[in-house]
Design a protein around this ligand. Structure first.
Ligand code: HEC
Length: 151
């Protein structure tokens, strides 16, 4: 067999086998009253920004894009989501101690202000998650004010 054909088949075979290792998209049964929106009650436009820019990685309400079904992209996405939820999960907000809530709100203020969050790789694929300059300050200031409410 031609050497290049062999290599191509080999790569194809590996890719095919990789598809069997899927990511876990199951979520636990949610209690609505633990959700960030219920507890912090942000103004409508802020709530929308948070839902659009953060909830895919930092909550159990992840909306998976179709390309998340294909390895190895699925593994990268799955990893971001798992790590994102470990650091901050808006769906289980009510379970955090108030000191933790204060810190997470303040860290969100810093992350958004420095344009570290939402992650660049995510914004490239999700235009609705891009925070426009005009709304950026209002958005991160809200997190800071909210953080200050926790003593
Ligand atoms: C594509 C997935 C993704 C999106 C979208 C995303 N994050 Fe993150 N976030 C992560 C990951 C992964 C980490 C942990 C690793 C790191 O810090 O880079 C993280 C870490 C954080 C942290 C640090 C948590 C700590 O321990 O203090 C904060 C705060 C945060 N994100 C806030 C946000 C906010 C607010 C948004 C929306 C404006 C957002 N993130 C959008 C994936 C994401």
């Amino acid at each position: 067999m031609n050497k290049y054909l062999k290599i191509t088949l080999y790569i194809f075979g590996i890719l095919l086998v990789m598809q069997f290792i899927t990511i876990d998209k199951t979520v636990p049964q949610l209690e609505g009253r633990l959700d960030f929106m219920e507890i912090e009650n942000p103004p409508k436009e802020i709530a929308l920004l948070i839902k659009n820019a953060c909830y895919d990685c930092h909550s159990y309400e992840t909306q998976y894009p179709s390309y998340s079904n294909y390895a190895p992209i699925s593994w990268i996405i799955g990893n971001d989501i798992q790590e994102g939820r470990e650091h901050l999960n808006f769906s289980t907000w009510g379970e955090y101690q108030k000191e933790v809530k204060k810190d997470l709100l303040f860290n969100s203020y810093k992350q958004i202000g420095a344009r570290q969050m939402p992650m660049y790789s995510y914004v490239m694929q999700h235009k609705e998650a891009k925070i426009q300059n005009a709304e950026l300050k209002k958005f991160y200031t809200w997190f800071k004010q909210q953080s200050n409410k926790y003593q």
